[in-house]
Design a protein around this ligand. Structure first.
Ligand code: PEP
Ligand code: MG
Length: 386
């Protein structure tokens, strides 16, 4: 079928830019930031490896065929994994889905996930000029919640702004939108926007059997977390905040005094820790969650969760990396939320390692001084210990 998209290759963009996230959501192999991609001649063969990021123009046909077959065998192994998420010695790790709208929620509901760890509500409204009323929002959210009766669904309030412009919420003409009024900050000037959304989420929760929890994006201070949690709890729902700003990670233990759970958004946490735009092609080596400084902040946050006895999840793209998932679990992360297409690969990997091995992997990556060394150290532990 000539209309089927087998893979995406782009000249610009980074691994956590929306193109890559949406491709992962659709299970389409995608390699971004490929210098020279636009110069590839039309009509020839191209071998695209979405796992390693390799793109080969005019590959040797026999070799290409062999790699496609090997990939198929690996995929079959992964496809056989059916959950629930746990290490080889039976320590549970909640594997949950990132969803964007009713369609992706329906897809996720058919996968072996234990609910939703991140519902990006703003993605429902990218093409809306005006804010939908409470009733209309409630109807959309209820559609998303419906496949998850009896399961936890974490709804994130509007993360409009910066790279996700929403016409009715985003401020126009900001000098530096990634450091501007985005996420929870939109409610500073316009608290009614947040209140209407929370009312709609409450209504949707009432109409479905999902166990709804609500979290805020782009939280920087404990006061912001406390104010948000108050509004959510007034509506009888559990409240959390995302850890996306280094300030919030460093104060994770104080955040946990005022909220029920934390969820680490590694895409933004990496961007803000490394001071590198997640969309910048030239900075992709910095916007890598394997950067030791990012791993330290994740470890600090996970440790705070263990101390407080409260759940700390990861919902950025880092959660979809099977090897990194082992390190995250070893640090004390209790749930991993990802595009449904990634769940089986992560589940299969975790099923092959013990909790103790995960702790060794965590220790190894935290001792590394660059991403390549961290990856190599993790691989060494996993291959030696299984
Ligand atoms: C993140 O920043 O890691 C995250 C999950 O949020 P988003 O990618 O929607 O900014
Ligand atoms: Mg984010």
């Amino acid at each position: 079928d000539p209309t089927v998209v087998l893979a995406l290759v782009t000249e610009r963009g980074g691994p956590t830019s929306p193109t890559a996230i949406i491709a992962r959501q659709l299970a389409i192999p995608c390699v971004v930031g490929v210098v020279g991609a636009l110069a590839v001649p039309e009509g020839g063969d191209l071998l695209v490896d979405g796992t390693t990021g390799g793109v080969e123009v005019a590959p040797d046909p026999a070799e290409a065929q062999e790699r496609v077959l090997a990939d198929r065998a690996r995929r079959e192994q992964v496809a056989a994994w059916s959950g629930p998420g746990a290490t080889a010695d039976g320590v549970p790790v909640k594997l949950v889905a990132n969803v964007a709208d009713p369609e992706s929620a329906a897809t996720a509901g058919a996968e072996p996930v234990e609910g939703v760890g991140l519902f990006r509500t703003e993605l429902c409204f990218l093409n809306r000029a005006d804010e939908p009323g409470v009733e209309e929002q409630a109807a959309i959210y209820a559609e998303v919640l419906r496949p998850f009766t009896g399961q936890v669904v974490v709804v994130r309030t509007l993360d409009a702004g910066s790279d996700k412009p929403v016409a009715f919420a985003t401020q126009v003409g900001e000098e530096n939108p990634a450091l501007g009024v985005r996420g929870l900050r939109l409610s500073f000037d316009n608290p009614a926007l947040l209140v209407r959304q929370l009312d709609a989420i409450r209504l949707a929760a009432d109409r479905t059997g999902a166990e709804v929890q609500v979290m805020a994006p782009m939280v920087a201070t404990v006061a912001e977390a406390a104010g948000f949690a108050g509004l959510v709890r007034e509506r009888g729902l559990r409240a959390g905040v995302m850890i996306e700003v280094p300030a919030a990670a460093l104060l994770a233990h104080r955040m946990l005094e005022v909220v029920d759970f934390l969820s680490i958004g590694t895409n933004d946490l990496t961007q803000y820790t490394m001071a590198a735009d997640r969309m910048a092609t030239d900075l992709a080596h910095l916007t890598d969650p394997w950067q030791p400084a990012v791993l330290q902040l994740i470890a600090i946050t996970a440790h705070a969760g263990r101390q407080a006895g409260k759940p700390v999840g990861v919902c950025g793209e880092a959660a979809a990396d099977p090897l990194l998932a082992c390190a995250l679990v070893g640090m004390g992360i209790t749930s991993l939320s990802m595009a449904p297409a990634a769940v089986r690969a992560v589940g299969a990997r975790l099923a092959g390692v013990s909790a103790e091995t995960c702790e060794e992997v965590a220790e190894a990556v935290l001792g590394a001084t660059d991403p390549a060394a961290a990856r190599a150290a993790a691989l060494l532990v996993v291959e030696r210990r299984g």
